[in-house]
Structure formats: C-alpha cells, structure tokens
Write a new protein. Structure first.
Length: 334
C-alpha cells in the first residue's frame, strides 16, 4: 500500500519515516511538510534519514491535498491543522494520527492495540455516520500510551483509582521544543493540557463500547505532569488501588502480558517487560521502542506503586500509530 507521512520533518514524522524503512506492507510514497520545507530533498533536512528516503522531494500540505494519490495516511502535523486535514482525507482513505484533534469525538477510537483492539469496531459507526470510505484512528498522547500499556494487565484485579506523576522527555515537546535555558538543570511541573489528556484519554481507552460510543472506564485517574531534561523516554510513577491482588500476582501478569503475540503484525514487539529499576536511558529502546518497562513494584498501604518508562516517540507516537494501522489491516478494516 502506498502511504504518505504528514509532518515528516518533525519529531514524530521522522520517527514514522525510520519505522517505515523496508516495511513489508506500507511503502512511503509522499513526505509532506510545510511550505518552508517543500521542494527540498528529505535528506537535506533530516541528516539521519534512512538511505531509501534521502532523495524524496518534500511536498507542501497544500499540494498534497490537491492530489493525495496514496492508500493510507500517517499524520504527525500540529493539532491546530489536523482537524480539517484529517476529515478531508478520511473521506477517501484511512488516516492514522498522532494529533489530538479527533481523539475526543464519540465515533473515533483512541487505540492502543494491546489494550483496546475491540475499539476498532467504531470504524463502522464512523463510516456510517459520516459517509466516509476512509476513517480516522487516533493514538493517545505519549504519556497515556505508556501508562495504559502498564494498566491493561491489571484490569483483572479491578482498578479502583490511579494516581500518576510523569517525568516527560524533551522530545515530547516537538522539534522546536523548550528553550535550553528553561529545561537544562531543571524540572518543569507544567505541561499545558497534559494532565487532562492523561486523565481522560486513559479512561476512554480502558472503556467499553456501548450504543456506538465509548463509555469511559469508571475509575478515577489523577495526574501531575512534569518535563525533565531527558532526551527521549517518558517515566511515570504510578500509585494504583485495586479491588484485589498481591504484588506476586501483579508481577506475574506484568511478566506474561503479550496479548497480540502470534497475530503476525510486522512491527509487534512484546509490549511490557518487568525490570527492577526502569530508566529511560537504559530501557527506552527495548523492543525497538515499542516495549514499555515496568518495575519498582511495591505495596503501599492498601494500594500499590510502580514505575513505568517507555519511548515517547515510538510507543507514545509513531510506533503506536504504525501498530494501529497494522492491526486495522490485519483485522480487515483496510
Ligand atoms: N513529540 C511527541 O512525543 C508526540 C507524542 C504524541 C503525539 N504528538 C503529536 O504529534 C504531532 C506532531 O508532533 P511533533 O512533536 O512531531 O511536532 P514537530 O516536531 O513540531 O513537527 C511538526 C511537523 O509539522 C509540520 N508543519 C508545521 N506547520 C505546518 C504547516 N502549516 N503546513 C504543513 N506542515 C506543517 C512541520 O514541517 P516543517 O518542518 O516544514 O515546519 C513538521 O514536519 C502533534 O500533533 C503532537 O501533538 C507528539
């Protein structure tokens, strides 16, 4: 299938392009960015571009929209541009997006393949309601993606409440990011809108489809989000109350969680690995960035606490979105 990457020069777009190198199902046909980049060769702007994409000429978004000519779109544009662009493209082709523009629409899933693959059923609702041949599937914001992979195996113990404090990498703020003077030697306990996203996206992802929409999970999620001087890899301290379960049982489900093994998705990696002391620099590239590392599991009064870390650009963005597209294709939605 011919695919386009929108926002191909940004942090997430670059990651998409790397992950699509030699992909057995998806062939990169178009790389799209702003007017500033249009007409330049990809390798001129992205020094570490895979060889096979170096000579592709970037096209502007306007030019692309006039004649997309692809079968599927991966979107890594800023959210402010994405709503209109995604709706226009989804009339004809599937759109897998990192932008938040459609995450909270009733008929649009926020998908994490190992957590809520059944939410792909919303595609049918979306197509019927909107009269589209294509569809939109979003993935969550980066810290929610890492968190929900760690929460999914705990559902069997009855999740009552989740409190999380995040320590998020600089690359989560995009290519222009934060000023070095702000983030060096510092912790910034404010990421605009992030706490609301973690609290609401994780409940939608862990919710159930009822009457053609998602009924969010009923447990409470409360988050504090901080930015720390780490290049890639979001780390999260999680405090969780469960209806039942012991540390041994929790560790056991963490260690055995591998729900899509054997399905034959080309990018699939084991989603979760238990390690005593998870750290972004040591563990973010596990499973090519798709594996999340949990550890430091302990009982804390009547609750439990643990630490989880995962690659924000891969598990939390491009890699998650690519896995979404692979799952949708495998299950016959494409
Ligand atoms: N970074 C993360 O960890 C992360 C995680 C999850 C979701 N997201 C979401 O993913 C999206 C991309 O984030 P990012 O961090 O990769 O951002 P970024 O590094 O700032 O990249 C933005 C991309 O959009 C392009 N762009 C900007 N304005 C444009 C315009 N007017 N027309 C066409 N293209 C335009 C840029 O092209 P030029 O180079 O030509 O300007 C660039 O390719 C955002 O919606 C973000 O919220 C990011």
């Amino acid at each position: 299938m011919k695919v386009a990457v929108l926002g191909a020069t940004g942090m997430v777009g670059r990651t998409f392009v790397k992950l699509l190198e030699g992909h057995p199902w998806f062939k990169v046909e178009k790389l799209v960015a702003s007017e500033r980049s249009a007409g330049k060769r990809y390798g001129e702007l992205v020094e570490d571009s895979p060889e096979e994409f170096r000579d592709i000429e970037l096209v502007s978004l306007g030019e692309f929209l006039r004649d997309p000519g692809v079968d599927l779109v991966f979107n890594a544009l800023p959210a402010s541009l994405s709503r209109e662009v995604e709706e226009r493209l989804a009339k004809d082709v599937p759109v897998f997006t990192n932008a938040r523009a459609h995450r909270y629409d009733e008929d649009v899933p926020i998908l994490v393949p190992e957590v809520n693959p059944e939410h792909l059923r919303l595609i049918k609702v979306q197509r019927e309601k909107r009269g589209w041949d294509g569809f939109i599937v979003t993935n969550p914001n980066c810290s929610t993606a890492v968190l929900t992979v760690s929460l999914a195996p705990l559902r069997e113990f009855g999740i009552k409440r989740v409190h999380v404090a995040t320590m998020q990498a600089i690359s989560g703020a995009g290519f222009s990011g934060l000023s070095a003077l702000v983030i060096h030697d510092n912790v910034v306990p404010l990421i605009s809108g992030e706490e609301w996203k973690i609290e609401n996206e994780s409940r939608k992802i862990m919710g159930q489809i009822e009457s053609g929409r998602i009924e969010p999970a009923s447990f409470e999620v409360s988050a504090i989000a901080t930015r720390v001087p780490v290049l890639h890899g979001h780390t999260e301290a999680v405090f969780i109350e469960l209806e039942h379960g012991s540390t041994e049982e929790i560790k056991e489900v963490f260690e055995s969680f591998d729900p899509l093994e054997g399905l034959g998705l080309p990018s699939y990696e084991r989603p979760l690995v238990y390690t005593e002391v998870p750290q972004p620099r040591l563990h973010r590239d596990r499973g090519k960035g798709l594996t999340v590392t949990v550890g430091r599991l302990e009982r804390s009064g009547s609750a439990f606490k643990y630490v989880v870390t995962g690659h924000n650009l891969v598990r939390g963005a491009a890699g998650g979105s690519l896995l979404n597209a692979e799952l949708a294709k495998k299950l016959g939605y494409i």
